[in-house]
Design a protein around this ligand. Structure first.
Ligand code: FES
Length: 49
């Protein structure tokens, strides 16, 4: 499974770095590193969510 986390300017200002950290920790704690790939993405057009 591939999970993309937006790190575009708007999301960066709203704390996407923290979201990335939370996902990384959750994947590690659950031993899913071989099943889940985390990737950053630029704006996906959902800045207001
Ligand atoms: S910057 Fe993240 S959705 Fe636009």
């Amino acid at each position: 499974m591939n999970i993309q986390i937006c790190v575009g300017s708007s999301c960066h200002l709203k704390g996407s770095e923290k979201v990335v950290e939370l996902f990384q920790r959750a994947v590690e704690e659950r031993g899913l590193a071989d099943k889940i790939t985390l990737a950053g993405s630029f704006c996906i057009g959902r800045c207001n969510r």
